[in-house]
Write a protein that binds this ligand. Structure first.
Ligand SMILES: Cc1cc2nc3c(=O)[nH]c(=O)nc-3n(C[C@H](O)[C@H](O)[C@H](O)COP(=O)(O)OP(=O)(O)OC[C@H]3O[C@@H](n4cnc5c(N)ncnc54)[C@H](O)[C@@H]3O)c2cc1C
Length: 325
């Protein structure tokens, strides 16, 4: 049995969890149709059962109650271990988010088994061998998980989320969890932050226009925002930009921001540091604009324009407007 820790929010099931269930189906097929169960901890969206059923999930083990209303890594790990005992899983997986990685790391530690973070593919169940991203996605390494259960997280965008050809039952099974007092020593007490719709629209955008330090200051984004609007896309920025307070954090692309996979990414005045590249490497086409022809983003891009973004971008905007009449 394969058990997937599924993350939810008020808006529904996180995209990365649907990717992880899709990934789990590949394992299931390799294991002659071994069933996939999910474990959900805390408040759940109304369509939880229907949506997970459409991705091929058999049972959804749901831990709810006051102790699970806000996230605690230790309490969530206890719920995952309880679900594993009920379901008898030989594989435990989560999406490679901060929380997903924390939870599976805690699960592996408590079960005294190895864990692989940010897996992108697997090569066999016995021995259980996976390939995973390291150094912020700049390198891949193969890893063998030599003890059961195999515990790992799946890197964001490793697979597209695709519903199953044959749906599962998606039956909700209430999960009883015996929490120890120490499970609740570290827990979230309140959450405030960006509008998740904004971050989600960046992750799913077909065109992203990026801007980095080269924008020059908080007033330097007018042209890139206009280009994004002309192309029906959205703005994404580097961490320097958010750290300096020029733009909000939900616009950040990278290891500690959003991972994007648009049809076209146009990074302007962004050097392409490894941590930024980790978030944009899945872009289908990259058109980089930078004054430095040797910047890593320029050498990795599909197309590179050497020039000042404050001259090149307005010229592109003007040409688009001219062609559209
Ligand atoms: C743990 C950790 C996590 C991180 N996470 C992230 C992350 O999620 N996302 C992220 O982006 N970074 C992240 N970083 C930071 C990352 O290492 C870089 O510092 C950052 O990406 C650099 O941003 P930048 O490219 O805008 O700035 P710089 O590296 O300073 O590059 C600016 C670029 O703009 C060019 N330029 C300057 N003026 C112009 C102009 N007028 N026209 C055109 N080009 C111009 C320059 O040639 C240069 O290439 C992280 C770092 C750490 C340590």
């Amino acid at each position: 049995m394969i058990l997937v820790y599924v993350e939810t929010s008020a808006e529904g099931i996180q995209e990365v969890s649907l990717e992880t269930v899709t990934f789990a189906r590949t394992l299931s097929e390799a294991g002659n149709g071994v069933p996939i169960d999910a474990v959900v901890v805390g408040p759940a969206p109304n369509d939880l059962s229907t949506e997970l059923a459409s991705y091929g999930v058999r049972n959804v083990h749901h831990a709810s109650g006051d102790d699970f209303d806000l996230f605690s890594g230790a309490a969530t790990a206890s719920a995952v271990i309880a679900a594993r005992q009920v379901a008898g899983s030989v594989v435990v997986m989560a999406g490679g988010t901060n929380r997903g990685n924390e939870v599976v790391a805690r699960v592996a530690t408590r079960l005294d088994v190895p864990m692989a973070a940010n897996v992108v593919s697997f090569h066999g169940l016995s021995p259980f061998v996976v390939t995973r991203q390291v150094v912020g996605g700049a390198a891949l390494e193969e890893m063998r998980l030599g003890k059961r259960p195999a515990v790992f997280s799946v890197a964001g965008h490793a697979v597209e989320p695709v519903p199953a050809e044959t749906p599962g039952a998606g039956s909700i099974v209430p999960l009883a969890v015996d929490l120890a007092p120490e499970d609740l020593l570290g827990r979230v007490t309140s959450v405030e932050g960006a509008d998740t719709d904004d971050a989600d629209s960046l992750k799913s955008a077909r065109v992203v226009v990026g801007a980095g330090r080269g924008a020059g200051g908080p007033d330097g984004f007018g042209d890139v925002i206009e280009l994004a609007e002309l192309l029906g896309g959205t703005l994404g920025v580097s961490r320097v930009v958010t750290s300096l307070g020029w733009r909000p954090h939900h616009e950040q692309v990278g290891q500690t921001g959003s991972r994007i996979s648009p049809e076209v990414y146009i990074p302007c005045g962004i050097s392409g540091a490894i941590q930024h590249w980790a978030g944009c490497a899945s872009s289908k086409v990259i058109l980089a604009i930078n004054t430095d022809a040797e910047a890593p983003m320029m050498t990795k891009a599909t197309y590179a324009v050497v020039g000042d973004m404050h001259e090149v971008v307005p010229a592109i905007n003007e040409e688009i407007r001219r062609r559209r009449g």
